[in-house]
Design a protein around this ligand. Structure first.
Ligand SMILES: [Zn+2]
Length: 65
């Protein structure tokens, strides 16, 4: 079974991004995890920066649809 986890981010200018983590939790298969990001780019020390303006993104609650 594959599990997907979403984390949502926003920068001080209100741009939004998200991180999707996909992991395979089958005990008999090799453990793997893959992360894809949207609207973000990797910053120093494991942080994310805004893809648009380059400011530090902070984690936000899931936006209501
Ligand atoms: Zn921004």
């Amino acid at each position: 079974m594959t599990m997907r986890t979403y984390e949502y981010f926003a920068c001080p200018n209100g741009h939004q991004g998200e991180e999707k983590t996909t992991e395979n939790d089958q005990p008999y298969s090799k453990c793997w995890e893959s992360i894809s990001i949207k609207g973000l780019r990797n910053g120093p020390y494991g942080s994310y920066l805004c893809e648009v303006c380059g400011l530090l993104m902070s984690r936000v609650p899931k936006p209501s649809a």
